[in-house]
Design a protein around this ligand. Structure first.
Ligand SMILES: Cc1cc2nc3c(=O)[nH]c(=O)nc-3n(C[C@H](O)[C@H](O)[C@H](O)COP(=O)(O)O)c2cc1C
Length: 361
């Protein structure tokens, strides 16, 4: 035990002891040399909090409205694939935890549990559906969006930063493979494009995969045709944020996928202010990647995020104690956000403005 024990770190350590080497590499691993994953954490250290004292805080709280939905706190569980790797009840346990804490939940399209079951477990809590552009094209992508809408999801999160997997040495070293009973059950009927065999000199990525990747016209088309508001996840550049707004998205998520895709990109928290400045309030800007404390949430909100998504920490809770563990992690983060708000003199989330923090560099 150190002089300064960290409760979330305890969950991380316990989860690491409980998981087999493959799922552990999948959960905690990062891309490349792990530079971006480390930067995601260090980025928060560069932001000091500038407290105000003796303010009237009566009647305050952490509640927000986001895309016409009420959340008890500005937190959503990030989309995480294949959660039955981490606990038998997988995504259902996470949905219960999010509902118990009044946090939103984004379900990955690579969920190992049927989306209707997860919706049911969340008991009408705010749930969004994350999807990738489907390789078979527009009709297949819209079909998945329609199914999510019919199942009761209230927004679509289109992840755009992972057209292919990053280079994940930890997974390769651990020889990680999904066990046969863990599959993307919501995608099994999705049609797959048929490729002719590669000719000599052709590249799998550039000559095959690239022909199935979407562009901004496709995003605009989805925004016009999808039955739900479309949010893009995985934007780091202000120029891309502007294109997303022009395409008609209803929110932008600044994220580097928790450092799992392109190693060497900046910390998401470092990229946030320029995106917020570019978007100028046209749509809400959310962020994820590296949030480990309620005070990190405070920093992100001060830099202009409307809400944050939490990824691995919720999964550590899930591994250690199922729905209760995931719920406890969300609770700890919310409690710490409340304490930070009171100590910084912020009564409501709207009071957390840019002058509440100072950027060291
Ligand atoms: C095991 C794992 C699986 C993930 N699966 C998805 C996914 O299916 N779709 C997606 O958009 N992001 C996925 N992500 C990225 C998260 O949504 C989120 O961006 C990231 O975990 C945030 O960083 P954090 O873990 O540091 O909080 C995954 C992340 C992890 C750790």
């Amino acid at each position: 035990m150190t002089d300064n024990p960290d409760l979330l770190e305890t969950y991380r350590t316990m989860a690491a002891k409980q998981l087999a080497i493959g799922p552990l590499a999948f959960l905690n691993g990062s891309a490349g040399a792990g530079l971006t994953q480390r930067a995601n954490r260090l980025g928060f250290d560069d932001i000091t909090i500038s407290p105000r004292v003796l303010r009237d805080l009566r009647g305050g709280g952490t509640a927000i409205q986001l895309l016409n939905q009420s959340l008890k706190s500005p937190m959503l569980v990030a989309p995480i694939a294949y959660q039955t790797l981490f606990a038998p009840q997988g995504e259902c346990a996470t949905a219960m935890a999010a509902a118990a804490q009044g946090a939103g939940m984004v379900l990955s399209c690579q969920s190992a549990t049927h989306m209707a079951k997860v919706q049911q477990a969340g008991e009408g809590n705010a749930t969004w559906f994350q999807m990738y552009w489907q390789a078979a094209g527009r009709a297949a992508t819209l079909k998945l969006a329609d199914t999510a809408a019919a199942t009761g999801f209230s927004a679509l999160v289109l992840t755009v930063d992972a057209p292919v997997n990053g280079v994940r040495d930890a997974e390769i070293t651990a020889a990680f493979r999904l066990p046969p009973d863990v599959t993307a059950v919501n995608l099994t009927n999705a049609p797959q494009p048929e490729f002719a065999p590669l000719k000599s000199g052709e590249s799998l990525l550039f000559d095959r995969v690239a022909s199935c990747l979407p562009n901004w016209d496709d995003v605009a088309w989805l925004c016009r045709n999808a039955p739900l508001p479309v949010i893009v996840k995985g934007v780091l550049s202000p120029a891309d944020a502007a294109l997303a707004v022009t395409a008609g998205v209803r929110a932008v998520i600044v994220s580097n996928h928790g450092g799992r895709v392109l190693d060497g990109v900046p910390a998401a928290i470092a990229a946030l202010p320029a995106v917020v400045d570019e978007v100028q309030g046209a749509v809400p800007v959310l962020m994820d990647s590296g949030i480990r404390r309620g005070s990190d949430i405070f920093r992100a909100l001060a830099l202009g995020a409307s809400a944050v998504l939490i990824g691995r920490p919720v999964m550590w809770g899930l591994v250690v104690n199922g729905a209760q563990g995931a719920s406890h992690v969300l609770r700890m983060l919310r409690d710490e956000l409340e304490v930070t708000m009171v100590l910084a003199g912020c009564r409501t989330i709207a009071d957390i403005t840019r002058d509440c923090v100072h950027l060291k560099r």
